[in-house]
Design a protein around this ligand. Structure first.
Ligand SMILES: NC(=O)c1ccc[n+]([C@@H]2O[C@H](COP(=O)([O-])OP(=O)(O)OC[C@H]3O[C@@H](n4cnc5c(N)ncnc54)[C@H](O)[C@@H]3O)[C@@H](O)[C@H]2O)c1
Length: 326
């Protein structure tokens, strides 16, 4: 690895980027980030958890093309295109989806990832797998560093996601080793921001929507389990840094500021001036007790720093959900 810091491209007029999952939350923001840098962006999605509204937002950019497809069945023909980057981001990621659509999750992270790796191989494109902190399972070390191999229950209710993402990482490394595909892997920690689904079951949209509707905020277990929340704009920049790094091994990305669920709930109640009570529910099986990324590896090779405070990120996200409720 060179010791030079990663530089980001500002004008990407001559680049073509394929983003699988474009109608979703993080991939939608990533598309917009590259559209603003003038790249040609081709979005793929089957709307299993994404929305047409997100595609309408992206369609305002003349350099955006949308192709509706299920990426684990067949990708649309893109033979005639010169593709520079392929982003594999089409996986449902919310715990409520793990119970509802486990087979679809396993297929998109296995067969879907393979189709995208084939696309990258055939076009000599760079490939990035959007993996997850869930590959660490319920971690025994804290904070989590990239060479920790994890503590995952292979048959638990979260395993459809955790294990298929671990497979996706293994497949990505195999394409790199066997075919020389230029692959990158990011392990994304909890991310939040506008365009999440209000009913998507993840903690920040849950708390904000419960507070806005005057309902009690749901705390699972004693609320002392921790998470670290990254605002989506900070995450998308981190993805761009990793795509332009020269290291094929995984990078953790996220914001290392750590909150207990109780603190996060109190913070949101105060920020929204909400009178809502807290409602305690049983802790789901295999719920990780502590989650905080060590992002030192990315910071060694780049000037990357999360810039949006939890307070500011919540303000922007609340604004989005307020508008949705009207
Ligand atoms: N948001 C987070 O906190 C987080 C954390 C860790 C990892 N990730 C990863 O980031 C990526 C995006 O997550 P998100 O939170 O934005 O989820 P999301 O559900 O909002 O986005 C995923 C998109 O992929 C699409 N999709 C799913 N299966 C598909 C298929 N077979 N064919 C075509 N499209 C399909 C969905 O319709 C959706 O638009 C995922 O790979 C996820 O595992 C996200």
């Amino acid at each position: 690895m060179s010791s030079e810091k990663i530089k980001l491209l500002q004008d990407m007029t001559d680049k073509t980027i394929v983003v699988a999952g474009a109608a979703g939350f993080v991939p939608g923001h990533l598309c917009e980030y590259y559209l603003k840098k003038k790249a040609k962006v081709i979005g793929l999605d089957n709307f299993i958890t994404g929305t047409k509204e997100n595609i309408d937002l992206l369609s305002k950019y003349p350099n955006f093309t949308f192709l509706e497809c299920n990426i684990y069945e067949q990708l649309p023909s893109m033979e005639h295109l010169k593709i520079d980057y392929v982003f594999s981001m089409a996986s449902p990621a919310s715990p409520i989806d793990f119970a509802k659509i486990p087979i679809e999750i396993m297929r998109v992270n296995s067969e879907g990832t393979m189709n995208l790796l084939e696309l990258a191989k055939n076009h000599h494109a760079r490939f990035l797998e959007a993996s997850t902190s869930e590959v660490y399972g319920d971690p025994e070390i804290h904070p989590q560093v990239e060479d920790y191999v994890g503590h995952v229950n292979p048959i638990g209710p979260r395993s459809c996601y955790d294990e298929s993402k671990r497979y996706a990482e293994a497949l990505t490394m195999s394409y790199h080793r066997k075919f020389g595909v230029e692959t990158r892997i990011v392990r994304i920690f909890n991310t939040y921001g506008p365009r999440m689904r209000p009913n998507d079951g993840r903690v920040i949209p849950n708390f904000i929507n419960q507070a806005l509707e005057g309902k009690p905020l749901s705390i699972y277990g004693d609320g002392l389990q921790t998470r670290s929340f990254c605002y989506v704009d900070d995450l998308v920049r981190a993805i761009d840094y990793v795509m332009h790094s020269d290291d094929v091994t995984p990078f953790n990305i996220g914001n290392p500021d750590e909150y207990t669920m109780l603190d996060a709930a109190k913070f949101i109640k105060e920020a929204l001036k909400s009178e809502s009570d807290l409602a305690f529910h049983p802790l789901p099986q295999d719920d990780p007790k502590r989650r905080r990324p060590d992002i030192g590896k990315l910071q060694k090779v780049s000037d990357y720093r999360p810039e949006i405070s939890f307070e500011e990120g919540l303000k922007r996200t609340t604004q989005f959900f307020r508008e949705k409720l009207q």
